[in-house]
Design a protein around this ligand. Structure first.
Ligand SMILES: Nc1ncnc2c1ncn2[C@@H]1O[C@H](COP(=O)(O)OP(=O)(O)OP(=O)(O)O)[C@@H](O)[C@H]1O
Ligand SMILES: [Mg+2]
Length: 257
């Protein structure tokens, strides 16, 4: 099987997520510095960089979990909404998967996946459940549908979290270190689901230090340091021929581990 990511037929689509000169501070800390980033339909962008470089803040800002002070962020040409119904819709359109799985612990797996479609998308329960079961099957946890999150392994819970985001039919999926809280034997089962998702044409922004995933699934690697995008390139070029000293230094550290 050819494991290389193939962009959607006809190549990459039109700009989907566009950040223009985005700046954000936490108090005195300039945490996002003039960020310019365009992610096209069907594109898979891996974001890497040292701890504290602003990767999580970047994701949270795109999902409007964080505000920003200047610049603009648009999704399909529309600026991020400030509040209300439009904000709820944005959160549904922009799926997010975190390091911790953030499932509702008092709800079954099936209810975790159907909740958003029923409440936000106003889907009928029966339709939502059929869709949820199909998604749980796709991520390989259909047998767990009637259990509670605590009864599942970390890898299974993270796959449920992915299914839950997909149930909202997002236009783009953000992943913030989705495998870094997992035991080693569970990392691949989650990365495999993400690789399949990438191949299916989903637009994805993925913060991860999993170089294997980046090489096989990413169209582009974006390297951040100190709140700025320092360089971006194809995975092949970035890993074999990093340009900046920051990237060389960073790769030297993670690749020898
Ligand atoms: N809510 C907050 N209030 C104040 N400072 C914050 C807040 N969240 C993050 N920061 C700071 O902003 C900077 C960027 O943090 P961020 O979490 O985005 O980095 P990161 O690249 O995701 O790091 P890591 O690899 O450790 O997850 C850090 O210096 C962090 O301490
Ligand atoms: Mg982070």
């Amino acid at each position: 099987m050819n494991d290389t990511h193939v962009p959607a037929e006809g190549g990459l689509g039109k700009p989907l997520v566009v950040l223009t000169d985005v700046n954000k501070h936490f108090g005195d800390l300039h945490v996002l510095k003039d960020i310019n980033l365009t992610v096209r339909e069907g594109e898979v962008v891996v974001v890497i960089g040292p701890s504290g470089s602003g990767k999580s803040t970047l994701c949270r800002t795109i999902n409007r979990l964080e505000t920003f002070e200047s610049g603009s962020i648009t999704i399909h040409g529309t600026p991020l909404p400030e509040e209300g119904k439009e904000l709820a819709k944005l959160r549904a359109d922009v799926g997010m998967v975190f390091q911790g799985f953030h499932l509702f612990h008092h709800k079954t797996i099936l209810d975790n996946v159907t909740l958003g479609p029923i409440k936000v998308r106003k889907m009928e329960r029966k339709v939502a459940e059929e869709k949820a079961m199909a998604l749980l099957k796709r991520v390989g946890v259909a047998e767990q549908a009637h259990k509670y999150p605590a009864q599942l392994s970390g890898g299974q819970q993270q796959r449920v979290a992915i299914a839950r985001s997909l149930a909202m039919d997002p236009v783009v999926m953000l992943f913030d270190e989705p495998t870094s809280a997992l035991d080693p034997e569970m990392i691949n089962e989650v990365l495999d689901v993400m690789t399949q998702l990438a191949k299916s044409g989903m637009t994805m922004i993925v913060v991860t230090h999993e170089m294997g995933f980046a090489r096989r699934a990413a169209d582009r690697v974006v390297f951040m340091a100190d709140g700025a995008i320092v360089e971006e390139n194809t995975p092949e070029e970035f890993f074999t021929n990093p340009q900046s000293d920051r990237a060389k230094d960073f790769l030297g550290k993670i690749l020898t581990h």
